[in-house]
Write a protein that binds this ligand. Structure first.
Ligand code: HEC
Length: 387
């Protein structure tokens, strides 16, 4: 034993870069996601402000998501290269031994076994975590796509999938963050301080504890020799096909990102109290903020105040059917009915009512003051009563 090295290389530099890119995007996604999930909490408000507000946070979230997909594409390549070109064994596939090892390990933890189970290149704990990551990434990718492209998604799926996707996206996120905080942190920091993702090496002693089988002579995890001709020709096949496959996936990703201007935008001039959410009226996304605009004193109903407000500000262009966008805002019923894009006032849903959304757009000539807009929003949220 004495001539054997004390430290054993476990992860090469590519694996480590992959791990940390994945970790970086995971941590960023978790952080920027959870402060949106728990946007009411003071801590979330604080982080939101530090990061530059909700819009910036959303952009950071989306950039990290793109990074995660790119790492996943790289991972597929690394896997195919290892399996097909290097003929490495499928060390992450769960086996019968993992079940017996798990049982053995449980008994060991309760003191019914003298030694830990002898495990291979990846322990059952690591495999479990790996598959949780794969599964989680697939779920988050699919539900993230639906939330990123709600209009396109609802051409293919019933609209009820949007709140479902939202619930799954945010629930799975919490699960993943907790799993990493508890399971991963325990195994790599507390159980032993495992530095193999920093410098690549683990001590022989730790190998004996966790991956004893790798130290045995008939270690099946040794990579095949990398010199023979077969290897070179497999490598050629890989280099000739995988880039094409990866390019197709990247084009898919570009589609994912640009398929539609996401519906969850916050128009720049909407006062903070006005929440715009044009995809999910059942469960609107709140726009977290610490400033709110006091609604102006307009009145209580269309007859009392609001009708006049529209008359003053909008009738120049929206006074008859056939006018701009076929929208007539000079009487209550035609305002409800709306114009080319459908109802302009949706009682109880101020956030998705066009008379709130349009005047807040930078490119629309008709405007309200923030206080007026907040008052209109409130009047509609309360049912948009006529008199
Ligand atoms: C100076 C002219 C003008 C004024 C004043 C004006 N608008 Fe408009 N509005 C337009 C034009 C032009 C369009 C069509 C824009 C387009 O289709 O891109 C439009 C479109 C709209 C739409 C979309 C209707 C649909 O069904 O597509 C809404 C809602 C709207 N305006 C609301 C208002 C409100 C509320 C006011 C009062 C604050 C107002 N507008 C004042 C010119 C005006």
């Amino acid at each position: 034993m004495s001539e054997q090295p004390e430290r054993i290389l476990r992860f090469d530099i590519f694996r480590r870069i992959e791990h940390w890119t994945n970790a970086g995007s995971f941590i960023t996604l978790g952080l920027t996601g959870l402060i949106q999930k728990y946007s009411e909490a003071n801590l979330s408000q604080f982080i939101l402000n530090v990061l530059g507000g909700i819009e910036t946070v959303r952009i950071i979230h989306r950039i990290s998501a793109i990074l995660l997909v790119l790492v996943s594409i790289y991972h597929i390549g690394a896997f195919v290269y290892g399996f097909f070109v290097q003929r490495k064994p499928l060390s992450m596939i769960p086996t019968k031994e993992d079940l017996t090892n798990a049982w053995h390990s449980l008994k060991y933890n309760f003191g019914y076994e003298k030694h830990e189970p002898k495990q291979g290149f990846y322990t059952f704990e690591e495999k479990f975590e790996y598959w949780a990551l794969i599964w989680g990434t697939v779920i988050m990718g699919i539900t993230g796509f639906i939330l990123w492209n709600p209009i396109l998604s609802t051409k293919l799926l019933p609209s009820s999938f949007i709140p479902v996707a939202k619930a799954a996206h945010s629930g799975e996120a919490l699960l993943a963050v907790l799993a990493v905080l508890i399971w991963h942190m325990y195994h790599v920091f507390i159980k032993h301080f495992n530095k193999s993702m920093y410098d690549g090496y683990v001590s022989r002693e730790m190998m004996e504890h966790e991956h004893a089988l790798v130290l045995e002579d008939e270690n099946p995890w040794k990579p095949a020799p990398a010199t023979d001709e077969d290897f070179q020709s497999r490598r050629k096949i890989f280099l000739g096909t995988f880039p094409l496959f990866a390019a197709i996936l990247v084009v898919g990703l570009a589609f994912f990102v640009t398929a539609e201007e996401t519906a969850v935008v916050t128009p720049a001039q909407i006062p903070d109290m006005v929440e715009v959410n044009s995809y999910s009226p059942i469960d609107p996304t709140t726009i977290p903020t610490s400033i709110s605009v006091e609604p102006a004193e307009i009145g209580t109903s269309w007859e009392d105040g609001f009708g006049d407000l529209f008359q003053e500000n909008c009738s120049l262009c929206h006074a008859q059917q056939g006018g701009q966008s076929n929208l007539n805002l000079t009487n209550y019923l035609s305002a409800l009915e709306g114009g080319d894009s459908g109802p302009a006032i949706r009682p109880y849903a101020g956030g998705i009512s066009l008379v709130v959304i349009w005047p807040a757009r930078g490119d629309h000539p008709g405007k309200f003051t923030p206080g007026e807009l907040a008052a209109i929003r409130q009047w509609i949220d309360n049912g948009a009563i006529e008199n």
